[in-house]
Design a protein around this ligand. Sequence first.
Ligand SMILES: [Zn+2]
Length: 215
Amino acid sequence: MNTQQKLVELFKKFPTVGSRTAGRFVYYLMKLPKERIDEIINAILEVKNKIKLCALCFQPFEAGPVDGSTGLCALCADTKRNKNLLCIVEKESDLLSLESTKKFNGLYFILGGTVGTMRKEEISQLRIEQLKKRLKDLSIQSGASASEIIIALNSTPEGRTTSVLVEQTIRESFDSAQDLRPSPKITHLAKGLPVGGELEYADEETLESALEGRK
Ligand SMILES: [Zn+2]
């Protein structure tokens, strides 16, 4: 494999990038002056070195000298947030959309995607194992107080399939828990999201009422 092909193969691994787009990327890079290439390489390295994924919610955050050691993002490290409320979202931008409503004071978990089928290969792309671990910690933390888990996935076919999977995971986690603590209430965002049902296209007001009307 020549160097050009090698780079094409690397780009093909990026989400949504096929052979043709990968080839275009390489062609574009070959035409760039050396300084621009250095800039791109350094920017990638900087992201890799400075941006960490939060150990609790998996939100990317720029780790400073202090929070870098806890491994938690500012949101998860905030003691004023309600730890008995957990909201499960597909991706970081959905977390940010919900945060912008200022109507949710709990914590989050970013699933990392949605699936169209219950096939094992597809499910393995999601953070189901990490979710189980989080739920286990949650059942230890929550004590006697009733906690609530909000499944805030898009109301698209993939979002709905994934909601079923997540709900199953939650029920299994609490059924198998040894501590006999009450299972959390599981709720979903209210209907009324725009056509297609994607959180990221909903305006603040719509999201706010979807959150308030959850059941
Ligand atoms: Zn976090």
